[in-house]
Design a protein around this ligand. Structure first.
Ligand code: GRF
Length: 223
């Protein structure tokens, strides 16, 4: 196997997606290792969870900087010092400037709890339920300056049930996220998904795409 990509995971909170990536990266044949977990929130619970995996952690507290650019320069230095190849944003709640996005262009992923381009932004599950949408899910995409936009690597679909609350739907989507993000990172780190003309091209397109739709993520007879 070629050298594993060194991945930095950016978090702001509990870090359950980071944990799913760390679990996946424990497999010998996984094409990436989680080299650092960095947070803009000093007491983000995900930092302690990362240390339980023996992963190096860093905090760059955005409140200590006068502006977004200063915060991003400090974060960029931390990531460069750790020799990071790829970034995975996982519940990272900072808008990024064009400079930072360009510095990591096509090397930075994000996960969003909806089937983009639908339901960008916050409170996705409340809005899905209010609209009566029947299928929701999660998306892993390359980061661009526009929030929750960028070439889509992979998506997972889940049903929206009649009796769902935002919390029950969020839990179902989160389960899907935990399967989806390791899968998407493996595609990118393994060189099987790359950006061409602002769309993601998968190597061996048909089979790879079909495998994204895990049967366990699709519940028959959705209410
Ligand atoms: C996830 O739902 C992710 O899609 C969104 O923020 C949440 C982060 O959860 N961007 P966690 O911190 O990974 O548990």
């Amino acid at each position: 196997m070629t050298a594993r990509k060194r991945v930095g995971v950016l978090i702001s909170g509990r870090g359950s997606n980071m944990v799913s990536l760390a679990h996946a990266a424990q497999a010998d044949d996984y094409p990436a290792e989680i080299a650092i977990v960095a947070s803009n929130v000093p007491d983000a619970p995900g930092l302690a969870r990362a240390r339980e995996f023996g992963i190096k952690t860093a905090t760059v507290d955005h409140k200590l900087f006068d502006d977004r650019a200063g915060f991003e320069r400090a974060l960029h230095m931390v990531l460069k010092d750790a020799n990071i190849d790829l970034l995975c944003n996982a519940g990272f709640l900072r808008l990024l400037t064009k400079d930072f996005v360009d510095a990591w262009l096509d090397r930075q992923l994000n996960i969003h709890p909806s089937l983009l381009p639908a339901y960008k932004g916050l409170h996705t599950h409340e809005r899905v339920i209010a609209d009566g949408t029947r299928i929701s899910g999660a998306t892993v995409h390359f980061v661009r300056t526009e929030m929750d936009a960028g070439p889509i690597v992979a998506q997972a679909a889940v049903p929206v049930l009649s009796n769902d609350s935002a919390d029950t739907l969020a839990a179902r989507v989160l389960d899907a996220e935990h399967a989806l993000y390791p899968h998407a990172l493996a595609l990118v780190a393994g060189g099987k998904a790359r950006v061409v003309d602002e769309r993601v091209v998968h190597a061996g397109d048909a089979t790879t795409s079909a495998s994204l739709m895990s049967p366990q993520l699709l519940v028959p007879n959705a209410g």
